[in-house]
Each structure stands twice: as structure tokens, then as C-alpha cells.
Design a protein around this ligand. Structure first.
Ligand code: NAD
Length: 491
């Protein structure tokens, strides 16, 4: 193995850049340094940390063109997609920096019958946060947890995906240039093995992992052995439910954007659509028409969709499609009609499935494939939506908001959109994360900031009595009084 990691442009196959691979010895030094960084950073007030990170946001805006072209070069996305990624990060930074000082401030809690006491909760950093990120949104999925961990007072060691190391490197530089000390935010570059060592080290105090279910389970096991807290943001197989009274035009546009943008390589991509039988034909016809209209090309300025991340991912998706074909699914739009074999391009596929247990229905495809399933009742739609074991996100389309809300309550997913799709991720105040095999814990929102914090409950005596009535010795009179009070107060 070389000591350098090369990043390739999936469209041109040119090298975008190289970074040195972090060795095991270097990781030890990184973690030692991080322990020193904790001491510097955790003593700052949250508002001081927020001020530094606000400056970083402004620098990100100044350098946005550079970030946009790096993301597009490493992933094959059109510039518009990379711009949206940068803007989502700026919005998250702005929200978090504004609200973190209040969210992480001391919270008074009611003391119930203990009226002579004072109770409150305060938040402290865990120490060193290890953050491991994937390639599909190389900026957002690295920066967002980094920002939350830093605001909460942790020092950070980031391991970006080996597929997008240059974006990772630029993030690191942005933070150092913005005034974050080099011991407070460090980066390690490499494959899963170095990520695994970061997780296993007793010097990392919390792990935030975004990636596949398979690796997430491994990380969870390693953390469990040390009782180390972990936030696991894993895969999805998101359902969309379309009721009879839905605005079909809007639902189709949402399905196309939610299912096919970034080539479906989005954890919250729409993968399964449950549409009411009575509108299914009209819906499918329009879905097919809109998918055909998409501009899929290497022209980064005008394309709606660019290439897949690499040949391997393209082949994985094709194997799912081939299996669905073998099992007899109906193809309304077939990738075979347009795929240029040696490239990383893969054109949209629209499948109609009757077998609810098929692999294409039950797996995360992570490619431009939408599968439609006809349902005859809302109950059936909800039961199918909840049937895959994943539970990241979901959406419901109906003109009846009350009905939409009722259905949302019954869907087992970390987030549900009503008459919308995916853009909930742009709303930085909302927590994000999954249930079932889609993960544990939350990032973003108040919950995300608190997840990177160690919670301490403080309980203070206000009266200074000689002793509490329940301390030894407890007289018969006191016992009798307590029993009487108990019956009066709680019955
Ligand atoms: P992946 O699990 O292969 O890799 C993710 C990261 O983990 C990479 O940096 C990788 O180097 C590292 N890694 C691999 N093995 C490791 C190990 N044993 N120990 C520690 N680190 C290790 O995932 P990917 O292919 O990069 O990303 C795609 C997956 O990520 C999809 O399943 C997608 O749904 C999921 N994802 C989830 C979210 C979310 O927020 N829930 C967001 C984006 C992507």
C-alpha cells in the first residue's frame, strides 16, 4: 500500500489531489495533542466558541467557489448540488452559533415536593470527539458534527471518507485559518482501519459515525466494550406515501428530486413509493415523463444529475436492478436504455414491484432507482412503510393536513415530511437521526448539540437545616407524618 491517498474525479478519472495516509504512530500523537486541545477549548465560554465559528462561516462563504468545485470534482455532482451543500452548511453554522449559548446554558429543573432544594442541569464536553464521515455529502456530513462537537467544547479528530479526502483537508484548513487551535481540531486520513483505531482508542471519548449499517454495527460493538457513547447515523430506505387526494404534480416532482438528486446517493433518498391504486397509473406516467426530462451529464453547470461516485457503486446498484428484473418486477424506465458502460453515469430506473419482500423493496439501494408499490388503503401503506427495518426518514403527500399528521405519527422514522421531501435537513433546528437499523442518537438541533455534551445534574440544599427528616435517625413521628402526607398528596 502507498503512503498516499489519491482522490479521483469520477467523471474524468483525473486525480483531484493526494493526501498523506495517517499512520498508527501519527494517530497516537494526534490523540495526545487532542487531550491538550481539550484543555484549551473547554475553558472558553460557548459564546466565545460561537464567535470563532461564526468567523469560519464567513470565510466559508468567501471560499464557497473553491469548496463547490472541490466537492463536484471529488463526487461528480453538478455545481448546483455542491452549492446547496455549502449553503446548508452555512445555515447550520449560523443557527448553531446563534442558539448554542442558550441551548448549552444551565437549565433549572422543578424539584417537586423537595421545595427546599434547587435542581439544575449543566452541560460539559465529553473530551475528544472522533468524527467519521462518508463520501456522499463530504462537506455537510463532516462539518455539521464537527461544529456541534466544537460548540459543546470538545476537541475533534475528523476522519473523512477515503473517497473524498480533499474536501476533508479543505475543511481542516478552513477551521485552522479561522482561529481554531491545531490541537483542538485535527484530521486523520485513510481507510476504515484508521477509523477503527480512532474508535478503539481509549483517548477518544465519544464517536459520531455517519455511514453504512454494516460499519455502524462494528463501531457500536467497539464502543459498547468501552461503554463509550456513540452517535450512529446510518443508512435508510425511505418510504413516500401518496394518498388519493394528493397534489399529484407536486408529489411527482418531490419523488424525482427526493429519489434521484445526487443520483439517489442520499441516506434520505426516496426509495419506495406507496401510491394509492386509484391514482397509480397517472402517477407512474408522470413520474416516467419527468425522469426522462432530467439532464444527466458531465456539464457541471447545466446538469440536473452528475455521475455516480465510482464504478463499484454503479455496479452494486446495477446488481440490485438485475435481480429485480430476474424476479419479474415491471420496469417503467430501464437504465439499460442509456448507460454508457465505461463511465460512472447511471440513468434513472423506475420499477413497479408487487413483491413486498423483494430485495429491491427491503434494501438500501443508494442509486437512481425508485420502486413503486400500489396500495389499496392507508393502513396498508403505513404497514408497508414500516416493514423494512430501516427508519431514517419518510414522507406523506395529502391535501388533508390532519390526515398527513395522523399518518406521520404512525410511521417509525426519525423524521417525516408532510407534502415535502428531504429539505427538512436544511432546517438546522430539527434533530436528525434514525430508528431501527438506521441508527442511534441525533445530530443537528438542540438534541444534536446536547448529544455531544456530558450531562450533569446538580442538586443544592437551600435551607441549611441540621439534618433532613429522612436522614438517620428517623423518628416514629416522622415516619407517621410521611405516610399521612403520602396518602394525601399522591392519591
Ligand atoms: P461506509 O460505512 O463504508 O464508510 C463511512 C466511513 O467509515 C468512511 O470514512 C470509512 O472509511 C469509515 N470506515 C469504514 N470501515 C470502518 C471501520 N471498521 N471503523 C471505523 N470507520 C470505518 O459508508 P459510505 O459508503 O462512505 O457511505 C454510504 C453509507 O452512508 C450509506 O449507507 C448511507 O445511507 C450512509 N449515510 C448515512 C447518513 C445519515 O445521516 N444517516 C448520511 C449519509 C450517508
Amino acid at each position: 500500500m502507498t503512503d498516499k491517498l489519491l482522490s479521483y474525479n469520477p467523471i474524468t478519472q483525473e486525480v483531484v489531489g493526494t493526501v498523506p495516509l495517517t499512520t498508527d504512530e501519527e494517530l497516537k500523537d494526534v490523540l495526545e495533542r487532542s487531550k491538550k486541545g481539550e484543555k484549551i477549548w473547554s475553558t472558553l465560554r460557548v459564546s466565545d466558541r460561537a464567535e470563532i465559528l461564526n468567523g469560519i462561516r464567513k470565510n466559508l462563504v468567501k471560499k464557497s467557489d473553491e469548496f463547490i468545485s472541490t466537492i463536484s470534482n471529488e463526487t461528480g455532482k453538478p455545481y448546483w448540488d455542491s452549492f446547496v451543500e455549502v449553503m446548508t452548511v452555512a445555515e447550520h453554522l449560523k443557527y448553531m452559533c446563534r442558539h448554542a449559548p442558550v441551548i448549552l446554558s444551565r437549565e433549572k429543573r422543578p424539584t417537586g415536593i423537595l421545595v427546599h432544594k434547587r435542581g439544575y442541569v449543566q452541560y460539559f464536553p465529553h473530551g475528544t470527539a472522533g468524527i467519521i464521515s462518508p463520501w456522499n455529502y463530504p462537506l455537510i456530513l463532516a462539518i455539521s458534527p464537527v461544529v456541534e462537537a466544537l460548540l459543546a467544547g470538545n476537541s475533534v479528530v475528523l476522519k473523512p471518507s477515503e473517497v473524498t479526502p480533499i474536501t476533508g483537508d479543505k475543511i481542516h484548513r478552513l477551521f485552522l485559518d479561522g482561529g481554531v487551535h491545531e490541537s483542538v481540531f485535527q484530521i486523520i486520513q485513510g481507510y476504515g482501519d484508521i477509523g477503527s483505531k480512532l474508535v478503539e482508542s481509549p483517548q477518544s471519548d465519544i464517536i459520531c459515525f455517519t455511514g453504512s449499517v454494516k460499519v455502524g454495527k462494528l463501531i457500536s460493538e467497539h464502543c459498547a466494550k468501552q461503554l463509550k457513547p456513540s452517535i450512529l447515523e446510518l443508512g435508510g430506505n425511505d418510504p413516500m406515501i401518496i394518498l388519493e387526494d394528493a397534489d399529484i404534480d407536486r408529489a411527482v416532482s418531490a419523488a424525482i428530486w427526493g429519489g434521484l438528486s445526487n443520483n439517489g446517493q442520499t441516506c434520505i433518498a426516496v426509495e419506495r413509493i406507496y401510491v394509492m391504486e386509484s391514482i397509480a397509473d397517472v402517477f407512474l406516467e408522470l413520474l416516467k415523463k419527468r425522469a426522462k426530462e432530467l439532464n444527466i451529464s458531465d456539464d457541471k453547470k447545466s446538469a440536473d444529475i452528475g455521475s455516480m461516485i465510482n464504478q463499484k457503486q454503479k455496479e452494486t446498484v446495477i446488481s440490485f436492478i438485475d435481480e429485480a428484473k430476474k424476479e419479474g418486477a415491471t420496469f417503467h424506465l430501464d437504465y439499460n436504455q442509456k448507460t454508457k458502460d465505461s463511465s460512472c453515469f447511471l440513468y434513472p430506473t423506475i420499477i413497479e414491484e408487487k413483491n413486498r419482500k423483494s430485495k429491491i423493496m427491503q434494501s438500501e439501494i443508494f442509486g437512481p432507482v425508485i420502486t413503486v408499490f400500489r396500495v389499496s388503503s392507508e393502513r396498508e401503506a403505513i404497514s408497508e412503510a414500516n416493514s423494512s427495518g430501516y427508519g431514517l426518514s419518510a414522507s406523506v403527500f395529502s391535501k388533508n393536513l390532519r390526515k398527513g399528521r395522523e399518518i406521520a405519527k404512525q410511521i417509525k422514522a426519525g423524521s417525516v415530511c408532510i407534502n415535502d421531501v428531504n429539505s427538512n435537513y436544511g432546517c438546522a433546528s430539527l434533530p436528525f437521526g434514525g430508528v431501527g437499523i438506521s441508527g442511534i442518537g441525533r445530530v443537528r438541533g438542540e438534541e444534536g448539540l446536547k448529544a455531544f455534551s456530558r450531562v450533569q445534574a446538580v442538586y443544592e440544599d437551600r435551607l441549611g437545616l441540621k439534618k433532613e427528616p429522612w436522614w438517620f435517625p428517623v423518628s416514629d413521628h416522622t415516619k407517621k407524618w410521611f405516610k399521612r402526607f403520602f396518602r394525601y398528596w399522591y392519591s
